[in-house]
Design a protein around this ligand. Structure first.
Ligand code: NAD
Length: 484
């Protein structure tokens, strides 16, 4: 049984208080995770504060960037280890993790290492009231010790999306991976030691949220800011903890994203795009589409095309031949998703396909699989249309006019992402301007340039990360005014 230890001050630390780590594709116990308590959090914060004053704090930006490139190269070198760890933790299809999760885990270090070497700063010369001269300039300093609280859906990718810029800016980090996916964060500790990242710069504490490592990190006065990806309600709890000491937060939260398909869209492209955005990673993507609005002339044809493709998906573990849909992350999450399947039926949905549990055999029999599911016919007030489900399912409804499509897409508390499918450039621009989200894709989905701003509007987040935008959170901008 593999132990997952905490990584504190450059060393792997057991605590004796453990919980099971399970493979979601089989439900087999694959490891024991050592839960961190207040003592481990205190130790990690002390080490992180010491590192800020040590070699790391004195390192030139060029040397730091070189070190982060070395981290990325070491992830590449240990690609198979990271892939195996991510597959065992999440059960997702091998090709998905091999093409997205692990490569992005390495790239997240490279992009921010390069950006910090080229950050512009401002300076002004001014005439003072007494006729003299003054010069002002701005410098960025690290925020300090950053708490990084992560979800389970893209464990390495989303964690390094925060750790990369935080370290590039000269901070130290204390990472709390999801209790469901401890493996790749732990493995990254080995990488940090291998390339010589000083002790205390990158640390990992395992555990849960309330009453455990998550809460202890966010409440600790020695933590200068918290960056978090996860559910909106968890964000509210973390924000309350961060209020003590008025510490900054950066939040990437939940979504209830709309896909808007106009009748003039490239039909096959739109079907393929909506399929991916609804079912990739078994629907466990914050940017995924759970509400689809299709213009009436193509509605029936579109629903039929999605149904055929959803029914053609092969369910199974990472190495099932032709696998298109993996398991949900846990027994609890499966129960949550199935409760929405039941609600949809109770509220009178037309179940186009799916709506229940598949019969799985062999090694996948115990896995947390659900059927890919499509519904039509629900009122917009339905819980299935209002609440984030985070499973392989979506509701499809017709619309008539552009104005109606915009109103439907915006009728949600969330504001993370939208996809628009049309060949009409004017329509694409008008809808993109009117949609209340942080991310808007036209004729595409999950197309990312890591230099661009990423984040959500409304209840989907606070702040933007990505490219130079990450510097706004991970540094303090200080202005220095000199009277000459
Ligand atoms: P979650 O909020 O349940 O947990 C996320 C992390 O927060 C875990 O590490 C958990 O242990 C920790 N946590 C829970 N309560 C805490 C507390 N009180 N204090 C401190 N830490 C606490 O989310 P999840 O189920 O792991 O992930 C799924 C959610 O994440 C979905 O809502 C999804 O939309 C969202 N998400 C958003 C983005 C984005 O970029 N906007 C990306 C991925 C996932």
């Amino acid at each position: 049984m593999k132990p997952f230890h905490n990584f504190i001050n450059g060393a792997f630390v057991a605590t004796g208080k453990t919980y099971d780590n399970r493979n979601p594709a089989t439900n087999a116990v694959i490891g024991q995770v050592h839960e961190a308590g207040q003592a481990e959090v205190d130790a990690a914060v002390a080490a992180a504060r010491a590192a800020l004053k040590g070699e790391w704090g004195r390192m030139s930006v060029v040397a730091r960037a070189r070190m982060l490139h070395a981290v990325a190269n070491e992830i590449d070198r240990r690609f198979d280890d990271f892939l195996a760890a991510e597959l065992a933790d999440t059960g997702k299809p091998r090709a998905l993790a091999a093409h997205i999760d692990i490569p992005r885990g390495a790239d997240n270090f490279r992009i921010f290492a390069d950006i910090v070497k080229n950050v512009p700063t401002e300076s002004f010369r001014m005439t003072t009231p007494d006729g003299g001269t003054a010069v002002s300039y701005a410098v960025r300093s690290p925020l300090g010790v950053v708490g990084v609280i992560c979800p389970w859906n893209l464990p390495l990718l989303l964690m390094t999306w925060k750790v990369g810029p935080a370290l590039a800016c000269g901070n130290t980090v204390i990472v709390k991976p999801s209790e469901e996916t401890p493996a790749t964060a732990t493995l990254l500790g080995e990488v940090m030691n291998a390339v010589g990242v000083p002790k205390g710069v990158y640390q990992v504490l395992h555990g849960f949220g309330p009453g455990s490592a998550g809460e202890f990190i966010t409440r600790h006065p020695g933590v200068n800011g918290i960056t978090f990806t996860g559910e909106t309600r968890t964000g509210e709890a973390i924000m309350a903890a961060a209020a003590k000491g008025v510490r900054p937060v950066s939040f990437e939260l939940g979504g209830k994203n709309a896909g808007v398909v106009f009748a003039d869209a490239d039909f096959d492209q739109a079907v393929a795009g909506i399929m991916r955005s609804a079912f990739e990673n078994c629907g466990q993507v914050c940017l995924g589409t759970e509400r689809v609005y299709v213009q009436r002339p193509i509605f029936d044809q579109f629903v039929a095309a999605l149904k055929a493709k959803a029914e053609a998906l092969t369910l199974g573990g990472p190495d099932m031949p032709g696998v298109g849909l993996g398991p949900l992350i846990s027994k609890e999450h499966k129960a949550k998703v199935l409760s929405y399947y039941a609600k949809a039926k109770a509220e009178g949905a037309t179940v186009v396909t799916g709506g229940g549990e598949p019969v799985m055999s062999g090694e996948w029999a115990g896995g947390h699989f659900v059927q890919p599911t499509l519904w039509t016919g629900l009122p917009e007030s339905s819980a299935v249309i209002r609440e984030e489900i985070f499973g392989p399912c979506c509701h499809i409804a017709p619309f008539d006019t552009e104005e109606q499509a915009i109103a439907l897409a915006n009728a949600t508390d969330y504001g993370l992402a939208t996809t628009i499918w049309t060949q009409n450039l004017g329509c694409a621009h008008r809808v993109a301007a009117a949609i209340e989200v942080g991310l808007c894709w036209v004729n595409s989905w999950f197309l990312r340039d890591l230099r661009t701003a990423f984040g959500g509007a409304k209840a989907s987040g606070i702040g933007r990360e990505g490219g130079v935008h990450s510097l706004e959170f991970y540094t303090e901008l200080r202005n220095v005014m000199i009277k000459l």
